[in-house]
Design a binder for this molecule. Structure first.
Ligand code: AMP
Ligand code: ZN
Ligand code: FE
Ligand code: FE
Length: 276
């Protein structure tokens, strides 16, 4: 099974990554295909595309959309998206994320963990705000040792500073991605224990599943690959790179070339010029 240097899941400073889009592309040197999939924004895609094209890397504009399906949080990747006109959708996601970010800051206040507002504003300037920004502020203020502790004690779902954000249903987001001419893929399903709902989402028009993810074990990957084949879905793969500290560089993973070819064929069948 030939593995390409094809990475369809990465983050930049335009959401909760620590490298700028151009720095991300530099870190992915040698990749064949790279997608930028920041949380709920495509703001970094133009700069990443310019840097990737200069470096001879095929670039895909993407986005990782936070969605809800019943009791499940589902991260939905939209790949091969037209950029940058996401209209109302992006504006609504940005508003929901800012609202929830500052609501969580107030929860931290109530816990006696008061964070400096100017510092926080700087941390999220130009970015789609997320919990990692809060985790890093908590570390800088000396309240926790690392992001793992920040999520475990305060920021994770069910922890005292957690607040939900308004978000679209997974099915609505799948349909939205299709209207944008993109391919939808459920991100890191094994980490979120989403195996049981993949069938329902396939029935609702889901295109693909992120079978290959740096956080999936070999057993999880094999089980997902079998499930995806049975459901007639495509496979995607990526590093989910957020920064060098993760120890998984971008642009070096993971997707079998046959799966990449199947994705490319799906787009050709739709006659999508922009995907070429
Ligand atoms: P948000 O988009 O604000 O809901 O935050 C989700 C992001 O937080 C994920 O994309 C990860 O980057 C990060 N994250 C989630 N859970 C953890 C965890 N337990 N430890 C460290 N980072 C996490
Ligand atoms: Zn993230
Ligand atoms: Fe995710
Ligand atoms: Fe991600």
């Amino acid at each position: 099974m030939e593995i390409g240097r094809i990475d369809l899941h990465t983050h930049s400073t335009c959401s909760d990554g620590v490298l700028s889009p151009a720095e991300l592309v530099a870190a992915a040197a040698g990749a064949e295909v790279l997608a930028l999939t920041d949380h709920d924004t495509m703001r970094g895609c133009a700069a990443a595309r310019a840097a990737a094209e200069a470096a001879g890397i095929r670039f895909l504009a993407g986005m990782e959309i936070s969605t809800r399906h019943g009791d499940h949080d589902v991260h939905l990747l939209g790949l091969f998206l037209r950029e940058p006109d996401l209209g109302e959708f992006a504006a609504q996601r940005a508003e929901a994320r800012h609202e929830r970010f500052w609501a969580m800051v107030e929860r931290l206040d109530a816990l006696g963990l008061v964070l400096d507002r100017d510092d926080l504003s700087q941390r999220i300037a130009g970015a789609s705000p997320g919990r990692p920004h809060l985790a890093r502020a908590l570390i800088a203020a000396g309240h926790v040792a690392d992001e793992h502790e920040a999520f475990g004690k305060y920021l994770g779902r069910g922890r005292p500073a957690h607040r939900s954000q308004r978000m679209p249903t997974t099915v609505d987001a799948i349909q939205q991605v299709a209207r944008w001419g993109g391919v939808s893929s459920v991100a890191h399903p094994a980490l979120d224990e989403l195996g049981p709902i993949l069938g329902e989402l396939a029935d609702a028009g889901l295109d693909a599943v992120e079978v290959y993810h740096g956080g999936h074990s070999a057993e999880q990957t094999a089980a997902l690959a079998a499930q995806v084949q049975q459901l007639g879905l495509l496979s995607t793969g990526g590093s989910d790179f957020h920064g060098p500290a993760q120890g998984r560089p971008p642009g070096r993973s993971t997707l079998p070339r046959a799966d990449w070819d199947a994705l490319a064929q799906r787009l050709e069948a739709r006659g999508d010029e922009h995907a070429a």
